[in-house]
Write a protein that binds this ligand. Structure first.
Ligand code: GRF
Length: 200
């Protein structure tokens, strides 16, 4: 196994609870990887504040700062290369990763989705909409999925899933809370396995 730590970039837009779960797990499990960059389309969100408190470099990057989507993709790639990023971890990043970045980081970008893909995925399926759809479909179980990212929303290879029961009196909010708790176990586990496969 290589002695060099894999350098991770985490992309976030929100509270960053998965980011925090991964950050703590990397330390606790003494994994051969470290989070060196937090990239967000929001300058101030839980994830970016957590990164600042923990000495992780932050980059606030939005399409609006650049003249075109191509320039945006190029700026993103520049940040990633400057930091010698090996793997990108999407943790509640609410923007589509530009195709140029997906191509440059082929099979090196992972994401977590709050449902059991391939069900309840795709464009528009995020946040509370996912859990509402699960309940409306009468599902008896839901869960979370960690998958590779390709050019299509939620269509990359599934790496690991974890199930939770849907309870008869669940609301989208109660289900969301239970799924999020399950994500905090799943994402570190899936990342650990993914890193082990990468570092062979
Ligand atoms: C999670 O539910 C994740 O599945 C989805 O976005 C949410 C991020 O939550 N992709 P947090 O910012 O990690 O708390």
């Amino acid at each position: 196994m290589s002695t060099h730590k894999t350098r991770l970039a985490v992309f976030c837009s929100g509270s960053g609870s998965n980011f925090q779960a991964i950050f703590h797990a990397l330390k606790k499990k003494q994994l051969n990887a470290e989070i060196v960059l937090c990239l967000s389309n929001r300058a101030h969100c839980g994830a970016m504040e957590f990164a600042r408190r923990n000495g992780i470099a932050t980059v606030h990057l939005t399409e609006k700062q650049l003249n075109s989507f191509d320039d945006f993709a190029a700026a993103m790639l520049r940040c990633l290369r400057e930091q010698s990023i090996g793997i990108i971890v999407l943790a509640g990043y609410m923007r589509k990763v530009p195709d140029a970045v997906v191509a440059a980081f082929h099979d090196k970008i992972i994401n977590i989705h709050p449902a059991l893909l391939p069900k309840f995925g795709g464009e528009g399926m995020y946040g509370i909409y996912v859990h509402t759809a699960v309940l409306e479909a009468g599902e008896t179980e839901s869960g979370a999925t960690v998958h590779l990212v390709n050019e299509e929303y939620d269509k990359g290879k599934i790496l690991m899933q974890r199930h939770v029961a849907v309870l008869p009196d669940d609301t989208p909010e109660t289900l969301a809370e239970r799924v999020l708790a399950c994500e905090h176990i799943l994402y570190p586990d899936a990342l650990e396995k993914f890193l082990a496969e990468q570092q062979l």
